[in-house]
Write a protein that binds this ligand. Sequence first.
Ligand SMILES: [Zn+2]
Length: 229
Amino acid sequence: MKWISDLIDLIFPRTCLVCGELLSPQEKDICLDCLSKLPRIEKIHLEEIEKSFWGKISIERATSFIYYHKSSPYNNIIHNLKYKNRPEAGERLAFLAATEIAESGFFDGIDAIVPLPLSKKKERKRGYNQCDHIAEGLSRATGIPVIKGAVARTTANETQTHKNRDERWKNVEGIFALTDAQKLEGKHILLIDDILTTGATLASCAKTIQDGCKCSISIFTLAYTYNGI
Ligand SMILES: [Zn+2]
């Protein structure tokens, strides 16, 4: 009922995750002004994203939606999705991303969406896997089903944040295990993560899947770390 949500807004004012201004009852997570200025990734960098996997794993295609760069207020959406118990913000951003990206034919031929798994320990601590919510948003927009439980993260490796490029690739080797190859066999799957930095974690997961079953893999992340703008 509308009056109830209006009343809740009055008691607990909702603010834009980007600019901090009060949201109108119609706005969700982000105000219309910030939504109209989303830092969408330019074509030249989308090409770079795809190329970053070449020679490491065999993928069909890869894409991402917004820039994640130093001091961008839009990073706050990702922080809320990952650390502040606001996974629905990521779900809605993923839905928007999918409706826009679908026009390019990116999702054509993809059979299933597979969220990158978290370790059991980390998921318990956080209460959810943020990639599950991104996957749900993509699925809601495209109608492509989500498959969970086919691949698991066996090691809660140390954080990648302070590691250089080579260390990041070494740090994630063998941290995934294929737990139900049957679920993925013969499919074209879209592997999902929140932020793409070096792509090492995604590549490690893709390799584990491809070592254990015959399937094609494409990649989608909600954001892309890029500090050049
Ligand atoms: Zn705003």
